[in-house]
Design a protein around this ligand. Structure first.
Ligand SMILES: Nc1ncnc2c1ncn2[C@@H]1O[C@H](COP(=O)(O)OP(=O)(O)O)[C@@H](O)[C@H]1O
Ligand SMILES: [Mg+2]
Length: 255
């Protein structure tokens, strides 16, 4: 079942009257299936973050349609959008986006506190999720007192505590060392398999992408190609590397 449909989405930054107009997306169409772990890859500057921002309500497209469970969210006003975002979507960013003045626990339950969920329910959800992500021991600490990998697992906990329809992650392993990256990807993979979480992840890293079920490649703002994982992760990884080599954006593009 398709949970999200994206049709002919275009994004032009700047005004059409000025010369600095930048066409970041040039007509992108695809769908996200319920329960899939979808990856978005492409060279630096190809429009990956723009695409993720537009399909996750952070930014609006210049034209095109995006719908979640058959309903377009493009016509919602700011209040409706923020409520929709909080209840239906989960976000994980490269730089964690945790609030330094709150403890890890307070950060994780923030979306529930904002939705005025009762304390007992919050505690119960927190307990379950922090056990899945193995962060029970750091709940009383502040973000600056824990490692990058722990911060990112806390960010994932915050993203999933509302049981969102879709989790969006933009380069979630971008700031992590290889061991923490692997732990995070294993966690995302488990959430996808055990909790049937739908995940859309942008990454330029073939190793991270090899955890996905399917990858769409974008180049110069258009969908270039799509690959589905049919065999194991290692074969998929090699397939991704050769695709990246043909369209650019392979390991050598990593800054
Ligand atoms: N806020 C912005 N204003 C103007 N141009 C932007 C903005 N954000 C991104 N761009 C441009 O849009 C293109 C795609 O950027 P982006 O989506 O960030 O690519 P990626 O995430 O694949 O590296 C680039 O040419 C970039 O310079
Ligand atoms: Mg980006």
């Amino acid at each position: 079942m398709n949970i999200m449909e994206v049709r002919d989405v275009k994004k032009v930054y700047g005004s059409k009257q000025v010369e600095s107009e930048s066409r970041a997306l040039n007509g992108v169409s695809f769908f996200v299936q319920k329960g899939e772990f979808l990856g978005i890859m492409g060279p630096s500057g190809s429009g990956k973050s723009t695409l993720l921002n537009v399909i996750s309500t952070i930014d609006s497209p210049t034209s095109g349609t995006i719908s979640l469970r058959g309903k377009s969210f493009l016509n919602l006003n700011e209040d409706e959008l923020s409520s929709f975002r909080r209840k239906q979507l989960g976000f994980v960013f490269q730089d964690y986006n945790l609030l330094d003045t709150l403890t890890i626990k307070e950060n994780i339950i923030l979306p529930l506190s904002l939705s005025k969920v009762d304390v007992a329910t919050m505690e119960e959800k927190l307990k379950k999720i922090s056990s899945i992500l193995n962060i029970e021991d750091i709940l009383a600490k502040y973000p600056y007192e824990v490692s990058g990998g722990q911060k990112q697992r806390a960010a994932v906990a915050r993203a999933i505590i509302t049981e969102p329809e879709i989790i969006f992650a933009d380069e979630p392993t971008g700031a992590l060392d290889s061991k923490s990256s692997k732990e995070l990807l294993d966690n995302l993979s488990l959430l996808n398999i055990n909790n049937k979480a739908t995940i859309v992840m942008v990454t330029h890293d073939a190793f991270a992408a090899s955890y996905c079920d399917r990858i769409i490649f974008i180049k110069d703002g258009i969908l270039h190609t799509e690959i589905e994982k049919t065999k194991g992760r290692k074969d998929f990884y090699n397939e991704l590397l050769s695709t990246l080599a043909t369209i650019g954006g392979a390991e050598s593009d990593i800054i």
